[in-house]
Design a protein. Structure first.
Length: 118
C-alpha cells in the first residue's frame, strides 16, 4: 500500500509549486507548535522527527533542518522533503475539512500515519 501511496504522491508533487523560503516564527515565544512527532530508527539510531504545520518547521533530534516544501495552490496539502545523512525523508500533511493526516516516509517506505481533528 505504501508504494501505491508514494507513487501517487510523487505524481502530485510534480504538479505542485516548489517554494524555497525561510520560515519565520509565528508566535511570541519563539517556539514552534508541534503538529506531530515520530521516533524512528535511522541508521541504527533512535531519531526523533518533529513537524510544525503552522510554520513548516522540521526538527531532527531538536535541530531545525532545511526542507524543500511543495504546497498546493490552495495551501492545504503540504509535502516536505529533506535528508538525514544518506536517508531520504518525506513528510506529507493532508487536510480535508477539519481532519489532518500526516504521513512519514523514510527511504520511500511509509513509516507511520497519524490523523487528528483540527
Amino acid at each position: 500500500m505504501s508504494v501505491l501511496l508514494l507513487a501517487h504522491r510523487k505524481a502530485e508533487c510534480q504538479k505542485k509549486k516548489k517554494i524555497f523560503r525561510k520560515v519565520g516564527v509565528l508566535d511570541k515565544s519563539g517556539e514552534p507548535k508541534l503538529t506531530h512527532s515520530w521516533t524512528v530508527c535511522v541508521d541504527g539510531k533512535q531519531t526523533t522527527i518533529a513537524f510544525s504545520r503552522d510554520n513548516m518547521y522540521v526538527l531532527v533530534d531538536g535541530e531545525q533542518v532545511q526542507c524543500t516544501a511543495y504546497i498546493t495552490d490552495k495551501g492545504f496539502d503540504l509535502d516536505l522533503k529533506f535528508n538525514i545523512q544518506s536517508n531520504n525523508v518525506h513528510i506529507y500533511s493532508d487536510v480535508e475539512g477539519h481532519k489532518m493526516t500526516n504521513y512519514l516516509f523514510l527511504n520511500d517506505e511509509l513509516v507511520e500515519t497519524e490523523s487528528r481533528k483540527m
